[in-house]
Design a protein around this ligand. Sequence first.
Ligand code: ADP
Ligand code: MG
Ligand code: ZN
Length: 554
Amino acid sequence: MITTDTTTTLLKKHFGFDSFRPNQEAIINDLLSGKDLLAIMPTGGGKSLCFQLPALMLSGTAIVISPLIALMKDQVDALHANGIPAAFYNSSQSIDTQNEVLQNLREQNIKLLYVAPESLNFLLPHLNENNVSLFAIDEAHCISAWGHDFRPAYTQLGKLKKQFPNIPVAAFTATADVATQDDIVKQLHIPKAQKHLASFDRKNLYLEVRPGTNRLPQILRFLRNRKEESGIIYCLSRRSTETLAEKLVANGFQAQAYHAGLDTEERSRIQEDFVNDRTPIIVATIAFGMGIDKSNVRWVIHYNMPKNIEGYYQEIGRSGRDSLPAQTLLFYSFADVVKLRQFIEESPNREFQLAKLERMQQFAEALSCRRVALLNYFGEHISEDCGNCDNCKTPPQFFDGTVLTQKVCSAVYRLSENEPVGMLVDVLRGSKNAQLYEKGYQNIKTYGTAKDIPWLDLQQYIIQMVNQGILEIRFHEKGRLLLTPLAKKILFEGRKVKLASLQTKEKPALKERVEKPETFGLFEKLRQLRREISIEENVAAYIVFSDASLKDME
Ligand code: ADP
Ligand code: MG
Ligand code: ZN
């Protein structure tokens, strides 16, 4: 094992840094001892260094798979500036240049070689177990169709481990939900990969979700005391960015619309005005934000709901980079769900995207701590509620849901962790449906033990358990439910569970919420609609309601 002294000395010598960021040292040590690994670290967390430093220490050349040809050159230039011999290999180069790179590889003149996945096949014949030190796969979520940015060329990376079983393979990404994490490991054939999961928690971001009705007045109220602060409002369509920006200007705010339809010059002007505090408010499509380095964004509003939690997380993450408090506000409406579903219908991996949208909805409808729900999605479990989200600040009426949760968990176990929410509800309610009987589920011990809870309420309680990280939905495997380690604590170690009561109306503790009728009343209404939508899957019927909630956009 290489000593800490050596790695910190090299860190200082080659990169000029005094200490490691979280997880860097552990990842480096794993690579130095030849282990495969999967590292999930936020953007800017310092992933590159995790493979660059071991590359210097090991014999041979580190092969780095990187999706963007444009970024490859920057990375190699930066390495050269630090005196590290490196090169890249891709289709933008002439044959002569490519041959020169291969020559350098043969003569072992370079410590790192960046390659595009599409060009890997040309490189493979020149690689062997003696001249390669490690494989680093950047943006590894691109290998999975369940990820949010699938790249077919990545799928062939599975052959690396087969062809070079003794060379460590290290996968890096900034966002991958639990299902995608598992898929990366599977597709790369690195079942024993060490997992390094950096914290996704951004404690300084206040998380809030409101029903998406009367959004404009709500936004004006939100902005009243924030005239000087920088913030971003994300909309779904180009047109709505323009309409909303105009309305804000008409109300005395300084706002600019930004979307991919504007010409390059105008886009960079708007961006610069924002970065330099000349325009405080940007109303944008998701085209805005990538690569923008502004630390004092104080708030992010989602006028429309994003299509998955990865997108939501990335977009709210653009606020509060200076670690000072920042506000995030998501408007949740069925109009958006309907529209997003329509978009998704036309996409190639429709099924996964619909499931991800469903998870986004479940997050928006969470009744307990939002941060717990958000972090659980990425596989990170925190034990305490955060105190910095709408649900922590104004909690709904909770009851001791331990017994119900135990029943649910034990049913999940008896169903061999192999059934989706619908079947689970049927079993617990003692349904007589034919499919259930065919499978013999009427004989299991928990059959009918939650008869007294209405179907939709029981479904909603189970979703709360998902949001609390007690159960996990494998949406890519027909939505089957699994028990998490937390479930085992509840079943066997007497851990208690709080669930938000759905029969809240008569309960006294609700007073607080009733005083904010627009919040509570609409959530009830949304939940009602949600129920209908999930039962009938008949989207058309809800367009009437959708249009009403969109009115302020016309
Ligand atoms: P990622 O790929 O995870 O988004 P990068 O590897 O591009 O992040 O690193 C982001 C920035 O952090 C870079 O400017 C890098 O030089 C810097 N950095 C990385 N490790 C350290 C460290 N240990 N100390 C200080 N800065 C670091
Ligand atoms: Mg990176
Ligand atoms: Zn919270």
